[in-house]
Design a protein around this ligand. Sequence first.
Ligand SMILES: Cc1ncc(COP(=O)(O)O)c(C=O)c1O
Length: 352
Amino acid sequence: MPRFRHILDTMAAYKPGKVVATPDGRSYKLSSNESPYDPLPSVVEAIAEGARQINRYPDPGAVGLTEAIAERFGVPADNIALGAGSVTVAQQLFESIGEPGVEVVYAWRSFEAYPLLADLAGVKSVRVPLAGEDHDLDAMAEAINERTRMVFVCNPNNPTGTSIRRGALEAFLDRVPEHVLVVLDEAYREYVRDEDVPDGLTLYRDRPNVCVLRTFSKAYGLAGLRVGYLVAHEPVATAIRKTIIPFAVNHLAQVAAVASLKAEDELLERVEHVVKERTRVREALIAQGWTVPPTEANFVWLRLGERTLDFAAACAVEGVAVRPFAGEGARVSIGTPEANDAFLTAAAAFRG
Ligand SMILES: Cc1ncc(COP(=O)(O)O)c(C=O)c1O
């Protein structure tokens, strides 16, 4: 019998979002916080053109994409590190700090990849329970010690959708020692409408230990191509770039991401529709009698406790796949109006 690392025995594999369907074929995937829109024609065209070069390895430095991101966000190109999805960049972060005895602090519940990546990198997870549905930043600051090398702050938080405002986040960052890297995971940044929720890129500039994780998977609609990036001060970005598997960001992902930045206005218009639907869905749920925390992301969160799996099953009857966390709650992505209506029908029926 081949032998594996002991940690694997304790690890549950990452569970991707499910797909379900009604007998007459209705199927709405609201389980992975994806964009519900088809890719833009201009992006499909760039991918088709890029397909002509796939006999060659991709540009390992992804120079074109790096420069496009640098220009778009007004950051130096050497502050950018790319990966095959932001989850891979997160893995690179864990690999860069991972050593026996090292700890990472993050809120829990938050993005379910954090504990997996910590375990894989041999880093001890220090999970700080949410206060209600929000980050408990005081408790997180108190959890930092001399073994802490990194803190993940997911803003808005997956799966609760709640977000941290500028004053609270700045006060927290002021308490974090300089040798601890703070990663602001902003996978859902483009959906934020609360002006008090800071753009991490305004916070990292004066703080050498703060960096920002972003993705093309959500608002930019490229979940299937896998591309995300970190914006960090040069020593951090350089360390992270060292951990990338050569050629990890493939050529089609690179050209599609460049094309998406060019078509950003169109994409952000779509985000606006999702934000409007988010308001409609949340208000309808509240009118049905649900408690729904304010959300700045492209999903809503229902704390269902022991009823969570029953709720997911009730949604499946309407063809709606949600993301249940057994015993805790369900996260439901905002989709097309039709998908959202199917979800609201299921939610209303569940309340009876
Ligand atoms: C908070 C958060 N960070 C990172 C990711 C990873 O996204 P990707 O690897 O597609 O960029 C996700 C995906 O759901 C997420 O919710």
